[in-house]
Design a protein around this ligand. Structure first.
Ligand code: ADP
Length: 695
């Protein structure tokens, strides 16, 4: 078998891939090019690990008989003499190990532990070589500068220093239900700003609300016949997704109605009028780097991918609801359609670069600058929605004052453009696929992993520039400068790399645009209060005593709201949220429940204001109380636990109270269970805006 460069390829059999652990041991086949020179080792195909978006090689081949399959791997780049060539677009004569500057001085090499990189390994290897850093492929003996994990923060335990490419809790926060909840809280406070996420209900808990609201909307307008998309909470790659037009079509209806044991899912308003290119529905995969939580730093990759359906699109009708190749853009599904086009070109085929699609749209007269700025706003708002809970996870795993690594993470945002060009958030992937090859069936039942130029172009740039931004020498800017490098410019962009690596693809959007978005960071301030009263390190839930302490220290009780009422409020809200929190291991009140209690208290106290003003007023009040020298003894105890100056709140700015497009006042003292009530006919029609582009 020859590889794409005419070399010999070692064939890997994955059919016996049974135990996950067995499959995750990175094999390093030696690949030879035509002249017998070893090409870069490539990772063995791995089984899909829970939480990753990657395709398990055998899994998509079910129908065709798992046992017969062979997978061979072809190299994408190769080492020729002392040159690394990745798709012919980069070449250097220096090995990573020989890192001397032009004066012959040795620089300390940045080390990257890639032992847990899993399917992103190939892209990480290429990036490390381009940067002339040092890969530690078999795990650390001494501490490394960067640990590249394939799935979660916990892939390796007991990391005490350096940087890990995953945040604790990000996997949980990117689950469909948790993302929906986080966005929903923001939507309550900022309904105009958070109109980019399809209306969603969580099953089975909100089955009744879903049916009732649909009935109500149809009563308002009997010509209105919306479609909904049902997505299993922990699903990925389109697995288990289906479309419905009536709650009775939910599968399996009895299990969903039955409750607790049923598999959780999100049922979501289906965007029936997407923008089409070549008559096909497509979505955008945008790579976003969350560089730091405190201070909040967000970067967006200028280049992304677009994934195309493989059947011409028609608006949903009872007849076509089951046609996945028409309605779902997942690569993992469409690759099995006879119409899937693997293309060498970036602007044709079933997977294209984002820039090629934007160029097409610009040629049609679309204002792509505006589309791009709407996308940036969507990304910043989404990150702002998930950061409060992430901060709770972070302080639990890496308590302030204890040794531990810092974190960063590449996220994959899936975005759909509506026909009117409004971007809609479909989901956030904590582990976006970083594979730079794809499988191709070369003869019946024989699959090969072959280079995918589009994937390589986009993903290697994202990984490489992420590493550049996380370069520990940037933190020691002066020493790096003296070593011949250049620090990040004031706007956070890396202007120049000492080794002449291509110009960066990551663009800072936060804090760059913080002036426009800071006012949204209200829930972060609530989370800071929550963290302040948690008390025990590693805890993520507030107990009844801590909740009482919060009420007492913030002086929120009165003759109208006694401590007995406080206890009832606690019991009521904590009980309703138990089991539905991101992490249900402990009893007590998690952040979403605390936010609900906080907003309830705010609505009671500031009856005439909008929900957002209520929250801001109560926050001001609580923060002022806690800053006062007369704060109670419990608060002082909590401070002595080392939590008071937690990372939770320091960066969350106070909002400006007057913003355009405020919500109408909410019912004065909303009961705790008020969330679903904001869903009405008006909202359901938001999507049917006028189209500005011909499909
Ligand atoms: P998964 O994690 O399983 O890929 P997604 O939420 O990304 O789940 O949904 C899969 C696909 O379904 C998306 O890529 C998109 O094509 C389509 N889709 C998802 N949600 C909607 C929606 N609300 N409206 C229209 N299409 C959607």
């Amino acid at each position: 078998m020859s590889d794409c460069h005419g070399g010999t390829v070692q064939r890997l059999d994955v059919e016996q891939c049974g135990e996950e652990d067995e499959c995750l041991v990175p094999l390093s086949p030696v690949l030879l090019d035509a002249s017998g020179v070893p090409v870069l080792p490539v990772p063995a195909p791995e089984c899909r690990t829970p939480g990753t978006e990657e395709m398990k090689i055998g899994e998509n081949l079910n129908q065709r008989g798992r046992e017969q399959h062979r997978v061979t791997v072809r190299a994408i780049g190769k080492v020729v003499g002392d040159k690394w060539e990745a798709n012919g677009n980069y070449s250097t004569g220096i090995h990573a190990q020989e890192d001397g500057d032009k004066h012959g001085k040795k620089r300390k090499l940045v080390t990257v532990d890639t032992s847990k990189a899993k399917t992103s390994l190939e892209g990480v290897k290429i990036s490390i070589r381009m940067l002339k850093w040092k890969e530690i492929p078999s795990g650390r003996r001494a501490p490394c500068d960067i640990y590249w994990h394939g799935v979660s923060f916990h892939d390796s335990e007991n990391i005490m220093s350096g940087q890990v490419n995953k945040f604790p809790g990000m996997l949980e926060m990117s689950r469909k239900i948790n993302l929906s909840r986080a966005v929903r809280i923001m939507e309550e406070l900022f309904p105009v700003e958070y109109d980019f996420y399809p209306r969603s209900w969580i099953l089975p808990d909100e089955y009744q609300q879903f049916s009732a609201q649909l009935r109500m909307v149809k009563e308002c307008d009997d010509t209105f016949n919306p479609t909904f998309i049902v997505k299993p909470d922990s699903g990925s790659q389109g697995e288990g997704i289906y479309l419905i037009r009536d709650p009775a079509e939910l599968k399996p209806a009895p299990a969903i109605a039955a409750g607790a044991q049923a598999r959780q899912a999100v049922v979501q308003e289906y965007i029936g009028k997407p923008l089409l290119v070549d008559k096909l529905k497509f979505d955008i995969r945008l790579y976003v780097l969350l560089k730091s939580l405190e201070p909040l730093e967000i970067y967006i990759a200028k280049e992304g991918l677009t994934r195309f359906c493989t059947e011409p699109y028609q608006e949903p009708s009872q007849k076509n609801l089951g046609q996945v190749f028409m309605h779902l853009t997942n690569y993992s599904l469409n690759v099995h359609s006879g119409n899937f086009v693997h293309s060498e070109s970036q602007s044709t085929g079933s997977k294209r670069t984002l820039s090629s699609v934007l160029r097409r749209l610009a040629a049609k007269g679309v204002d792509v600058k505006r589309v791009w700025s709407d996308i940036i706003a969507l990304v910043i708002k989404t990150v702002v929605a998930v950061v409060p809970q992430l901060k709770v996870y972070y302080q639990a795993d890496i308590p302030p004052g204890k040794p531990g690594p810092s974190c960063f993470q590449i996220l994959g945002f899936d975005i759909l453009l509506m026909k009117n060009l409004k971007p809609i958030l479909l989901e956030v992937n904590a582990n976006p696929s970083m594979r730079i090859e794809h499988e191709q069936e070369v003869s019946p039942g024989v699959f090969e992993c072959v280079p995918s130029p589009v994937d390589e172009e986009v993903k290697v740039a994202v990984i490489r520039d992420t590493l550049r931004l996380m370069d520990p020498r940037l933190k020691r800017a002066s020493s790096w400068r003296s070593a011949g490098g250049e620090e990040a410019a004031g706007d956070g962009q890396v202007r120049k790399h000492p080794d002449g690596v291509p110009s960066p693809c990551l663009k800072q959007v936060y804090p760059k645009y913080s002036r426009q978005f800071n006012y949204l960071r209200l829930v972060e301030r609530i989370a800071a209060l929550f963290v302040r009263f948690l008390g025990v390190k590693g805890n993520m839930r507030l107990g009844p005593t801590a909740f009482r302490t919060f009420i007492r220290n913030c002086k929120l009780s009165s003759s109208n709201f006694t401590m007995a009422s406080v206890d009832i409020l606690y019991i009521d809200i904590a009980r309703r949220w138990s089991g539905s929190l991101p992490d249900s291991r402990e009893a007590g009140m998690g952040l979403p429940a605390f936010v609900e209690a906080f907003l309830y208290l705010a609505a009671r106290r500031f009856k005439t204001q909008t929900p957002r003003q209520q929250a801001a007023s109560l926050l001001d009040m609580c923060e002022a109380q806690l800053e006062s020298p007369t704060s109670g003894p419990e608060e002082r105890r909590s401070l002595s636990c080392g939590r008071a100056a937690s990372r939770g709140g320091a960066g969350a700015p106070k909002p400006h109270l007057q913003q355009p497009g405020q919500a109408p006042p909410s019912p004065a003292a909303a009961p705790p269970a008020r969330r679903a009530s904001s869903q009405d006919c008006r909202r359901a029609k938001v999507r049917s805006r006028e189209a500005r582009v011909e499909n």
